[in-house]
Design a protein around this ligand. Structure first.
Ligand code: GSH
Length: 210
């Protein structure tokens, strides 16, 4: 049985969503963030020394890193559901998107997302990072033209991984004026699998960033 270590208001909501929509059986242990530092509690560090969410115990491994977890669970435990087969013409694009969220997108999106809670960023950094966020959202806007999902005309693990990054942007109003991004985000959060995720794991973000 897969054991998901879930931290409230965190990326581990991705794995709840994946398991719920992918028909993957799992059990879940929930951890609460330290109210002052917002860090994971020491108990999560007893499972894996990084104390990061998601952490998943699966097939004798303790795995961290959302993209790797999503890829592995789909390959080994979802019977292919939510994945894109190795020989599919859009396989390369699928892997690119699956890893884009935590790769190219992650740094600027996360820093600008949490900065207000930590007292803000110096103007030079704010400008630099916001320009990056805008470029990446503009790229997504173009890529989503005429599409409901990122790849292969179906909902995949890549959509789940990317969604987390869009929660903060939606709350900040940065999808406004980008109709494809806004439409895509609204369709993702309208899915029953997303509602189930919030029911089981709580809201994805703690509060609206400002
Ligand atoms: N790139 C990693 C990032 C994991 C990560 O930083 N998770 C955050 C939650 S969103 C966390 O565990 N924060 C608590 C802490 O660092 O103490 C992934 O995608 O899994």
């Amino acid at each position: 049985m897969i054991k998901l270590h879930h931290l409230d208001y965190s990326r581990s909501s991705r794995i709840i969503w994946l398991c719920e929509e992918g028909g993957i059986e799992y059990e879940m242990v929930t951890y609460h963030r330290d109210p002052k530092t917002r860090r994971a509690p020491p108990e999560l560090g007893e499972v894996h020394r990084l104390a990061k969410a998601p952490t998943v115990e699966v097939d004798g491994h303790v795995m961290v890193e959302s993209g790797a977890i999503i890829e592995y669970l789909i390959e080994r435990h979802s019977d292919g559901a939510l994945g894109v087969a190795v020989d599919h013409p859009e396989r390369a694009k699928y892997l690119e998107w699956l890893h884009f969220a935590e790769g190219t997108m992650g740094m600027s999106f996360i820093i600008t997302g949490i900065a207000p809670m930590l007292g803000g960023l110096p103007d030079i950094m704010k400008g630099f990072l916001q320009a990056e966020v805008d470029k990446l959202l503009d790229h997504l806007e173009i890529e989503l033209e005429g599409k409901d999902f990122l790849v292969a005309d179906k909902f995949t693990g890549a959509d789940i991984n990317l969604h987390y990054m869009l929660e903060g942007r939606a709350a900040l109003g940065q999808l406004d004026g980008r109709p494809n991004c806004a439409r895509y985000f609204e369709a993702l959060v309208a899915r029953p699998g997303y509602h189930k995720t919030v029911e089981l794991g709580g809201t994805v973000l703690l509060a609206k960033p400002s």
